[in-house]
Design a protein. Structure first.
Length: 567
């Protein structure tokens, strides 16, 4: 019986392929867009982190007491002190952002190359795609080992089975590949390609603070961690490891923080594509309703040949189900393409979780559920029309006046619903366009015309002598200045609007005025060359700009990505 109904459905579709193709394509666009955006929303906001017991994973920051601004990252001494409290923490690990230059085969490329402590991957429950993870003995400068991403294994090594043990030139130094991490692992950022061991030591050569991830013991809950952390903070303040005005606090993991930051934008995006899907369903329903009216004689003939009214309705619903199934299959293909495009267009901070790099079973379930609702939505009105059709009048090619009035009434309602949803979308698009125009017309404070920015990443193992990196940048400046058409060259650790990578707490004071309470107030800062303002075209309102300091200063640029600015 079902096979006979399916064969009849196929013949019916062949009689009007253009209409069926348009209906399927319209549904596919709505289902594909909704599924793709849901994949992003699910990865950022709904789906838990892809780690065992993610609720017991937190980061440890410092906070200016009481309740002041929070600062990410801890010193190696603080991390060592936390590891001594095994009654509170099951594991204390760290990571550090970074970038490396890969050379050797082909052109040199700059990729994300963070450093991680050997135990971090084990703490997060990561299973390598090939090879092994870092061992504790790899946390030495002489180890010379790296982990690579599955993406780099594919693009640079062609997924060769013998990749383990091969050497990779990282910042000019040969490193042995010991493992390949799966695509789903994306810490600290989704585009990370190479991971290096993080060596924590207290020597003066170690610079900066590192992000710290801890796993709480099973008997320690997050709400109850405040007491132990306060005791540990007091202990570290007494020993001088922690400043007197700072204390340890817990914070969500990086992905969770960015998820909260972009939650509103993601839900608005999901609502927008949901409206598009509703408009698609309304359009499809209108087309199928008109198609059912044109087939009145066909349905009347089926009834005259012995088919019951229920069988005719079931046939109409089956055709709607097949259309929805075809739309969901095509929608999944479109969703896969749209998801890749979304990941490239959205801010990197919004797409840090690896669960968003492909459609998983949750997204497939959503696609099937959406297509099922679409099937019911687009099939129920044509089925109701068939249920109320008169067989005798249908055989004579006539429709009753009452039936025509009902049809016109439903068509009018569908048009009103469609116009209402289109009006909402057009209003939203108009507001976004107005915001975009205002952003484009905002004066940025510098001259962006004819300004080129080149990012330079200095290898960690070179230019360590005092003043070496400054001398290198001065040499690069002279070379770029000699290029025809270049009028000014400078360098800095950040360019507007991103600025530098650091910030500091401030306490504004003015002579003769009371001190201002600046709790929670911090300002970003960056390091610049003396001619930076002239190259950027930033006007001077009062005073003077930076002057070149005589003598040897600290070599701040050695480990930084320093953009070369040229006009």
């Amino acid at each position: 019986m079902i096979s006979k109904a399916l064969r009849y459905t196929a013949r019916s579709f062949r009689s009007s392929p253009g209409v069926i193709g348009l209906v399927v394509f319209t549904l596919a666009l709505g289902i594909g867009g909704t599924t793709a955006v849901f994949g992003v929303v699910d990865g950022v906001l709904i789906n838990p982190l892809p780690y065992p017991d993610p609720d017991r994973l937190v980061e440890v920051w410092t906070e200016q007491t009481p309740g002041g601004p929070r600062t990410p990252g801890l010193s190696p001494e603080t991390i060592d002190a936390l590891r001594e409290h095994s009654d509170v923490f099951a594991a204390v690990e760290a990571y550090q952002f970074g970038a490396v230059t890969l050379t050797g085969a082909g052109e040199p490329i700059l990729v994300s190359g963070p450093r991680i402590t050997p135990g971090l991957l084990r703490t997060l429950g990561v299973v390598p795609r090939h090879g092994r993870l870092f061992a504790d003995e790899d946390a030495t400068p002489q180890a010379g080992v790296v982990l690579i991403s599955e993406r780099l294994w594919t693009t640079r090594f062609g997924r060769a089975d013998d990749v383990i043990g091969r050497r990779l030139l990282v910042d000019g130094e040969p490193q042995v590949i010991v493992g390949v991490l799966p695509t789903r692992f994306a810490l600290p950022e989704r585009n990370a390609e190479v991971w290096r061991p993080l060596v924590l030591n207290r020597s003066p050569a170690f610079r900066g603070r590192v992000q710290t991830i801890v796993r709480l013991r099973p008997d320690v809950t997050r709400p109850a961690i405040g007491g132990p952390l306060s005791a540990i903070s007091a202990e570290l303040q007494e020993s001088g490891v922690l400043a007197r005005d700072r204390r340890l606090v817990v914070e969500d993991l990086l992905q969770q923080r960015y998820g909260r930051q972009y939650a509103t934008a993601l839900y608005l995006m999901l609502g927008a594509v949901g409206l598009v899907l509703l408009i698609a369903c309304v359009n499809v329903t209108s087309v199928l309703l008109a198609r059912a009216a044109a087939r009145q004689g066909e349905f009347a003939l089926m009834g005259a040949l012995g088919a019951s009214r229920f069988q005719v309705i079931a046939q109409v619903m089956l055709e709607s189900l097949v259309i929805a199934a075809l739309g969901s299959i095509a929608g999944l293909l479109i969703a896969r393409l749209l998801l890749t495009t979304l990941l490239d267009l959205l801010p990197p901070q919004m797409v840090l979780l690896a669960t968003m790099t492909s459609l998983d079973w949750r997204a497939v379930v959503v696609a099937v559920g959406v297509s099922t609702l679409a099937c019911v939505g687009v099939g129920v009105l044509p089925a109701l029309r068939v249920a109320r059709a008169d067989v005798i009048e249908g055989l004579h090619g006539r429709a009753s006046v009452t039936h025509d009035r009902d049809n016109e009434r439903w068509q009018s309602r569908l048009v009103v619903a469609q116009l209402a949803m289109v009006l909402v979308l057009l209003t939203s698009a108009g507001l976004l366009l107005r915001s975009f125009v205002r952003l484009v017309n905002v004066e940025p404070g510098f001259e962006s015309d004819n300004l080129a920015v080149f990012e330079i990443q200095l290898p960690d193992g070179r230019h360590q002598a005092p003043g070496a990196s400054v001398a290198l940048f001065e040499q690069l400046k002279q070379l770029v200045t000699g290029v025809a058409g270049v009028t000014s060259v400078s360098f800095s650790q950040g360019v507007p609007p991103s600025g530098g990578a650091f910030s500091f707490d401030i306490q504004p004071e003015a002579e003769g005025r009371p001190r201002i309470d600046a709790t929670g107030l911090s300002l970003p800062f960056t390091t610049i060359a003396p001619d930076y303002f002239g190259t950027m075209g930033i006007p001077l309102l009062a005073g003077r700009t930076c002057a070149r300091r005589s003598g040897r200063g600290r070599d701040r640029e050695r480990r930084a990505r320093a953009p070369i600015l040229g006009r």
